[in-house]
Design a protein around this ligand. Structure first.
Ligand SMILES: NC(=O)c1ccc[n+]([C@@H]2O[C@H](COP(=O)([O-])OP(=O)(O)OC[C@H]3O[C@@H](n4cnc5c(N)ncnc54)[C@H](O)[C@@H]3O)[C@@H](O)[C@H]2O)c1
Length: 332
């Protein structure tokens, strides 16, 4: 299949591209703005053309579509960090609202199928049980609110224009090549460096962990077998509170537990996310990687790939980290 993958230089997008080429022999073109989170290194060795540009730019989108003759668009392009959406929401509105609209128009013009990658955060927090695709959208941060807005726009294009658009809502992903502002890579790299491990609030926020390759496979599966106009939840096989995640990382890295430090909670921090995935399982997808195995693989990957993270830990990320946690990182 010929695919235009937007945001394909990021964490999940690059995993998707790798799997589509290796397992399906797809022809892929990537369109990516290369923000701080997008990296050419993530596509190294894959031989994929990369068009540098924003999805909100119709000219770049048209160029990328012409280059590969795409049959479908898969949209991963997003600003993805909740903390940054609280500090600077503008880019979230631009990319999620305007950008998604530009892609929908392009898909409509060319008669293409489009898959929008979304998140469990659009449903908000849930104390017990799990969200289904019928649950109301109750986003609580500028990140999740703009993602929810994009989902509604995507659904409206099927309803109004008959566009073959699908939505995949994933739970918290983890795995190789995730930017270290997110919980798991942040804690792994700090633990490997003997830096403090900053835990928000009481650390009892529960997340439904999904190994990145499992999400990437689910997205391909929904693209091929899903019904246009429908959303599909893709939840991980295990739930775990953040503090327990950090404790397991401490064990796997051999760092002392005394590195754990509690810091003031994020404003409006959701307590628990949980997704029911019956609908996507009925299409024939199932997760392959349990949390214990995936976390071990992830720790090993960061241990073995200093060349990937060293430039990040010595760049702008240090200033971001200082602003966010009110303390500095140790050695680079
Ligand atoms: N990480 C998770 O836990 C998770 C879970 C569920 C869903 N998602 C969704 O999956 C998608 C990918 O997330 P990720 O974790 O790989 O994010 P990421 O931050 O690693 O990657 C995002 C990519 O999008 C690119 N990008 C940003 N703005 C762009 C724009 N305007 N135009 C073109 N490219 C742009 C960035 O350069 C980067 O390559 C997002 O839509 C996110 O909402 C993420």
């Amino acid at each position: 299949m010929k695919l235009l993958v937007c945001g394909g230089a990021g964490f999940i997008g690059s995993s998707f591209v790798r799997i589509r080429i290796a397992d399906h022999g797809d022809d892929v073109v990537v369109l990516d703005k290369l923000t701080y989170a997008g990296r050419r290194e993530n596509l190294e060795g894959l031989g994929v053309p990369l068009v540098e540009g924003g999805i909100e730019d119709p000219v770049r989108v048209a160029e990328a579509l012409d280059l590969g003759g795409a049959e479908a668009i898969v949209n991963f392009a997003a600003e993805t960090h909740v903390d940054r959406s609280i500090a600077e929401p503008d880019a979230f509105v631009r990319t999620h609202a305007l950008g998604t609209h530009v892609l929908l128009e392009a898909a409509r013009e060319h008669g293409l199928r489009m898959l929008q990658v979304s998140t469990d955060e659009v449903y908000g927090s849930i104390e017990d049980g799990s969200f289904t695709e019928e649950s109301p959208l109750r986003p609580s941060s500028p990140y999740s609110a703009t993602k929810a807005g994009a989902d509604l726009l995507v659904a409206s294009y099927t309803h109004t224009f008959g566009l073959e658009a699908l939505i995949c809502r994933g739970s918290n992903n983890y795995g190789p090549r995730q930017y270290p502002e997110k919980l798991i890579p942040l804690m792994i790299l700090n633990a490997l460096h003997g830096d403090p491990l900053p835990v928000y609030g009481d650390g009892l926020q529960v997340r439904n962990w999904l190994f990145v390759e499992d999400f990437a496979r689910a997205i391909g599966h929904v693209l091929a077998h899903g019904t246009p106009g429908e959303a599909y939840n893709v939840g991980g096989p295990d739930e775990c509170p953040n503090l327990e995640v950090v404790r397991r990382i401490v064990e796997l890295t051999g760092a002392p537990e005394s590195l754990i430090q509690y810091v003031p909670d994020r404003p409006g921090h959701d307590r628990r996310y949980s997704l029911g995935s019956e609908k996507v399982r009925a299409l024939g997808w199932a997760p392959r990687v349990r949390f214990d195995e995936g976390l071990e693989r992830t720790v090993r990957w960061y241990r073995d790939n200093e060349a990937w993270w060293a430039p990040i830990r010595s760049g702008d990320y240090r200033a971001y980290y200082e602003r966010q946690y009110g303390r500095s990182l140790g050695r680079r």
